[in-house]
Design a binder for this molecule. Structure first.
Ligand SMILES: C[S@@+](CC[C@H](N)C(=O)[O-])C[C@H]1O[C@@H](n2cnc3c(N)ncnc32)[C@H](O)[C@@H]1O
Length: 213
């Protein structure tokens, strides 16, 4: 499939399933006004995360990599009334923008933005587990550590999802340490004996694993 067809199909899925409302558009405008990097999920990837939340019957979710809270709003909207999203961000500027996003979306009481390096935050968050879903979307070099934490802290049947499994196609011909880290991560999640896993070829690729019982 050529790039044009792929992008037309992405638009087709977006029209069917992932139209942004005013709040989601506002978040992206705020992210741009604050000069945050434009590396959030695409709308149809946000919708995919909602689908995984529903599929897992998730109530307690951890997101690693908040940015402006765009994906967090997609996820939190799919949670039941007593659901909770813990989202981890090391940049205080990003965390501040994200808190405003969750307030704007009316989700502030459902979402906790935890500021600091994710590895340290995860250590402390373990006491709140087990969790139903862990979404990894941060520094690629730490993906193996995040995966290990997820396996230790997910309930059986819980789901771990990791964004950028394809690295824009560079997974086939890695150019950077981050590409090589993703290659190693994809192999680790594919071969992990405690996971039933797959890469969903949607957007930039979502590696997904279900924690075995
Ligand atoms: C790709 S962006 C997240 C995008 C977000 N999930 C979305 O779709 O809206 C990655 C974020 O992870 C944060 N980050 C990177 N390394 C981190 C770490 N070690 N601990 C916590 N946050 C980290 C970055 O500051 C950045 O905001």
């Amino acid at each position: 499939m050529d790039g044009d067809t792929r992008s037309q199909l992405d638009s087709y899925i977006t029209d069917l399933y992932a139209r942004e409302d005013d709040t989601l558009r506002w978040i992206q405008q705020e992210a741009s006004r604050h000069e945050l990097p434009q590396i959030s999920l695409k709308p149809f990837e946000g919708r995919l995360m909602q689908f995984l939340v529903s599929l897992a019957g998730a109530k307690k979710v951890v997101e690693i990599g908040t940015l402006a809270g765009y994906s967090g709003v997609w996820i939190a909207r799919a949670l039941p009334p007593d659901g909770r999203l813990y989202t981890l961000e090391r940049s205080s500027k990003h965390a501040q923008v994200a808190r405003a996003s969750f307030r704007q979306a009316g989700l502030a009481d459902k979402v906790e933005v935890i500021e600091g390096d994710a590895r340290e935050s995860l250590r402390q968050l373990s006491t709140n587990g087990p969790f139903d879903l862990v979404f990894i979307d941060a520094d690629k070099a730490s993906y193996p550590d995040y995966l290990a934490w997820a396996i230790d802290n997910l309930r059986p049947g819980g789901v771990v999802a990791a964004h950028n499994a394809f690295r824009g196609g560079r997974i086939l011909m890695p150019e950077s340490d981050e590409d090589r880290a993703m290659l190693a991560f994809n192999r680790a999640i594919a071969e992990h004996p405690q996971l039933d896993s797959m890469i969903l070829a949607i957007g930039d690729g979502m590696a997904v694993g279900i924690r075995k019982g």
